[in-house]
Design a binder for this molecule. Sequence first.
Ligand code: PMT
Length: 419
Amino acid sequence: MNKSLSGKTILLGVSGGIAAYKSATLCSRLVGLGAIVRVMMTEGATRFITPLTLQTLTRYPVATDVFDEKDASIVQHIDWADSADLAVIAPATANLLSKLANGLADDMISTTLLATTAPLLIAPAMNVHMWEHPAVIDNVNKLASRGATFVEPGTGQLACGYVGKGRLAEPDEIVEAIVAMLVGPKPLSGKRVLVTAGGTVERIDPVRYITNDSSGKMGFAIAEAARDRGAEVTLICGKTEANVPHGVNLVKVDSASQMHDAVMERLPGTDIVVKAAAVADYRPVHQATQKIKKTDDKMSLELVRNPDILLAVGEWKNAQPNKDKPLVIGFAAETNDVEKHAMDKLNRKKCDLIVANNVAETGAGFGTDTNIVSIYGPRGLIENVPQMTKRAVAEKLLDIAQSTLSLQQAQGDGKGPGR
Ligand code: PMT
């Protein structure tokens, strides 16, 4: 992708969190790419980093006060709003998100953003509990539904002492998102991606069920990465306690059978299917409608096989003409002989790619924020991906999926790399 931002004007709003110091690197990178960067700061932001720092890096005066009109021939916030090719907020605090979601205009940033028609990119940063607060989730969803693009916070050690999600994305990641928005096109524009995530729930009675440890994080990371690459994403989600991504079509399910139906009915028109959910292989034969009372010392639960959704998707794909075949990506959660089992699943379930994670390794698999995976095609290993965040794994996977799709299109024969 051409990374030059020459001739582009970026309005950068910096709000008052410790991550405000990272805006200096962001300014420097954007100016280095040729952009004109006009910085606006909240009063709080000026307590963390001085306007002079950002003025020196951008060679433009920094606006901190909407009433501080230095040039009588213009109304500054309208002039800046009109000049922008893109408005970026980094970092965006919970307070600023709330103002933007609710249309407040009581300082330079919120007033200018209300006046601009430029697209908006928001990189939030805050304490993990603030990020997970229903009020913040509502505000993020409201802004996303109006078309704002988010660079999600990263997970790790937060300045407040907590470990969790809330850290401002690295400046390079924000720059990538800015370049994608301004210089695009996005690589998955016009594509439909279906992702499954989380664990299924197989009811025994109204208060008991069989499930697994899937948090949904791996599937969510894939859904977010596909969304940010321009795809229309449908996320079919089982049990999860993680924050569900915004800006995707969310379908909530419980059991494997429900997930099966939800997936199968959405296959026509889908370009990529990613089965990251952990699906129960069995369910109780009988689901009691009332709580089962204890009787004997022992009790047996009779189980019956669930539908194999990935296999059904693979078989459906093979029955379609080449032009309508989606790229099918399975996951394999293994504890031993990873390659052997993964290749067996890929062949048996008729997938194009399979992502194997050794769930016995620390930092991989269920519940973690990171994963360690190996990605295979029909001809064997494509890439070993060392420990990295689930989002970074998702990006690697989509890179491979995209090149497989484009090779399929070029060859027109349904065959891609390593296949
Ligand atoms: O959700 P996280 O906490 O982030 O954890 C991520 C993960 C470990 C759940 C994920 O990375 C993962 O490995 N998902 C697949 C888990 C699994 O069910 O593996 P499996 O080897 O049992 O199944 C292989 C494939 O068949 C999977 O794509 C699975 O979705 C699919 N399957 C399995 C059984 C079934 N009845 N239907 C299916 O579609």
